[in-house]
Design a protein around this ligand. Sequence first.
Ligand SMILES: C[S@@+](CC[C@H](N)C(=O)[O-])C[C@H]1O[C@@H](n2cnc3c(N)ncnc32)[C@H](O)[C@@H]1O
Length: 232
Amino acid sequence: MQKISRRLETIASMLTKGDVVVDVGTDHAYLLIVLMEEHKFTRAIGVDVHRGPYEAAIENVGASEYKDSIEIRLGDGLGPVTAEEMDRVAIAGMGGYTICKILKEYPEKTSRINQLVLQPQSSPERVRKLLFELGFGITQERLLKEDGKLYVVISALRDAGIQQPSWENLQIGPYLLENGSEYLVEYIGDMLHHKQFVLNSIRMAKKEELEKIKGLEDELERLRKLKKRYDN
Ligand SMILES: C[S@@+](CC[C@H](N)C(=O)[O-])C[C@H]1O[C@@H](n2cnc3c(N)ncnc32)[C@H](O)[C@@H]1O
C-alpha cells in the first residue's frame, strides 16, 4: 500500500467513486496510486507542467501495479486532458490563484466535470467564489492539520444547487459554517492574523489606500465576531 500524507489521504477520501480521475499537478502521482489501490476509479490521468515531477510520476506509476490504468501527461492545467475525460478532478498543493487560472482556462472542459476536490494553499475565498461562478455547489469541506499547519480541502459538485455567495460563505465556506470543525476557530484565527499583517504592512508603507484599509478593518471586525460565535 502506498504511504501518503494525511493531506493527500483526506483528498483521496473526499473523491467519490467514478469512472476517470484527473490529478492536475500530480507531482509524484501518489494520490492516483492510492485511488487505484482503493478501486475508486477505472482510469486515472495525472498531469504535470514540469518535467521533473512528470518523470517522477512516470517512474512511480511504472513501479506500481497500475501502469496500465494510470497515464501521466506533460502539460499545463487541463490542457492535456480532453472534455470526454472529465469526471472527477483533483487539484492540490497550489495557490488559489493558480487553481482558479486552471479552472477558467477551458470552460468547455470545466463544465463537464462532475466533482472537483481542491486543496488551495492560499486564497481559498477566491476558489469558493469561482466555484459559485462556474455553477458548482460546495458539498463538503475538511480542515486538517499536518506538521502544525492547517489545510482546507473543498469538494464541489456540478449542479449541486448554488448557494448564495455571502461574504462568510466565501471566507469560511458554507459547509464549515454550518457543520463546524475542530479546527474552525484556529482557521479563523489564522485568517485574522493574515489580514492584520496585510493591514499593518499597508499602514507602515504609509500608502494612500484608504478604501483598502477600511475594507480590511471591516473584514477584521466581521472575522472577530465570527470567531467569537464558534469560540463557545
Ligand atoms: C506542491 S506540488 C503538489 C503536488 C501534489 N498535487 C500534492 O498536493 O502533493 C505542485 C505541483 O503542481 C505542478 N503544477 C503547478 N502548476 C501547474 C499547472 N498549471 N499545470 C500542471 N501542473 C502544475 C508543479 O509542477 C508541482 O509538481
